[in-house]
Design a protein. Structure first.
Length: 99
């Protein structure tokens, strides 16, 4: 299994329309066939010193293997999401893992 976890910090000055556009863009990623699982969420209301809660949205995708992840990266739906939404986030952090 190959897990691709992406954490977005949205720009604080986004309008409600821009915010909605970002969320709609994330939802399009669910349609990419190479991803076996796709989870979109916001920080949980947990409070311990070791928990990072500063991000706006989490996107976690599970793939059978790295080749399927690589197919996701070049999928036109993913490419369109990046083109349409990259101006909406201030920062993004990506954590890939295998197991």
């Amino acid at each position: 299994m190959f897990v691709h976890a992406v954490y977005f910090w949205l720009r604080p000055d986004l309008s409600s329309d821009e915010h909605a556009r970002f969320v709609a863009g994330l939802d399009t990623l669910r349609t990419i066939a190479s991803a076996k699982q796709c989870y979109v969420g916001v920080p949980a209301d947990t409070d311990r010193p070791v928990i990072e809660r500063g991000y706006s949205y989490a996107l976690v995708l599970a793939f059978v293997d790295e080749a399927q992840h690589d197919a996701y990266q070049v999928d036109p739906v993913h490419q369109q999401f990046v083109a349409d939404c990259k101006s909406l986030w201030a920062s993004v952090r990506i954590f890939d893992s295998v197991g």
